[in-house]
Ligand binder design. Structure first.
Ligand code: PLP
Length: 310
């Protein structure tokens, strides 16, 4: 997507990202900047929380987009930050960035199947996601991509072309000239892995049946319940770094524990609870509304409590 939507010029060559973006995103933007002949140290603008704070204030994000805007070719943020669990306002960021003349893309890896989106109405130029987190596609499953309709019929937009993006009616004529399918399909490179598609399809059928609306409604309650129980644990044992506002988060809470998080993780896994650890001291817990229950959340916190009281 950056081949098409990161088109740096001498005046406008920067990429604005979150300071603690997922490694792949950081490598992608740095390598794209270098590919175009720019030094990532100058080309990459990183949004950092204020001194002593864990997450970005929404108004600070908008302010930074405005401040750097005229030099920014591409604003590329997560929808939910993988580390802090903070969700960003796609519509508001897109409006401010477009007013500055920037292109805007979102990485929905932690958003797909977690939050409800209105990508067309919110208007980012593109979005990308993997399908092996909330969408249950399994490791190595397909990536997804959204390209805004305003770019649907832009065959001249530069892209790296592959045969699967070619007009279906003539794809198998194997001609030498690329004729892109309109819309996101025109960015496809090659034919998809069929077993992964089968797994993803089975999962998406469940999502369709449950509806994102209902999933999100339960998710807010489930994560709210987790937060409520965590806040009743002995003082100082755990610190929730994810924003309290349900609009600024999805299912995940990022937790910082006193003591040795790895010992705690061992104890949790012995109790059949799978959390995830990020150096140096963050444990991420994400009750997935599709299959986690309120009782699961209760058991998780009771295990933490037993550990805290030791
Ligand atoms: C998991 C994740 C990725 C990685 O996706 P791959 O399909 O493994 O490349 C990228 N970005 C973010 C924000 C992620 O959380």
């Amino acid at each position: 997507m950056m081949v098409s939507f990161y088109r740096p010029t001498r005046e406008r060559f920067k990429i604005l990202i979150e300071g603690n973006a997922f490694p792949s995103d950081q490598y992608a933007v740095a390598s794209q900047a270098r590919f175009h002949g720019y030094d990532p140290k100058e080309a990459i603008v990183r949004l950092m929380p204020r001194e002593g704070e864990e997450t970005l204030r929404p108004e600070d994000i908008l302010e930074a987009v405005e401040r750097h805007g005229k030099q920014v070719a591409l604003v590329m943020l997560g929808s939910v930050n993988y580390l802090t669990g903070q969700a960003f306002d796609i519509g508001a960021i897109t409006r401010v960035a477009h007013a500055q003349g920037c292109k805007v893309g979102f990485d929905l890896a932690h958003g797909a199947g977690n939050l409800k989106f209105a990508l067309h109405d919110d208007g980012p130029d593109f979005a990308v996601w993997c399908s092996y987190k909330y969408l249950n596609g399994g490791p190595g499953s397909l990536g997804g991509v959204f390209v805004h309709e305003r770019h649907a019929h832009s065959p001249d937009l530069p892209r790296f072309e592959g045969w699967w993006g070619h007009n279906k009616a003539t794809r198998f004529e194997m001609g030498p000239t690329f004729d892109p399918l309109p819309g996101a399909e025109g960015w496809q490179l090659s034919n998809p892995p069929i077993f992964q598609l089968a797994a993803l399809r089975a999962s998406l059928e469940l999502f369709d049946k449950a509806t994102m609306e209902a999933i999100r409604t339960k998710s807010e309650k489930l994560t709210g319940f987790l937060e409520f129980l965590l806040n009743r644990l002995p003082g100082g044992f755990v610190n929730i770094t994810t924003p309290k506002d349900p609009k600024q988060r999805g299912a995940q809470l990022s937790l910082r524990f006193k003591g040795e998080p790895k010992r705690l993780l061992g104890r949790l896994s012995a109790a059949g609870i799978i959390c995830d650890f990020r150096e140096p001291d963050i444990i991420r817990a994400a009750p997935a509304p599709l299959y986690n229950t309120y009782l699961d959340v209760f058991r998780f916190v009771r295990t933490l409590e037993a550990h805290a009281l030791e």
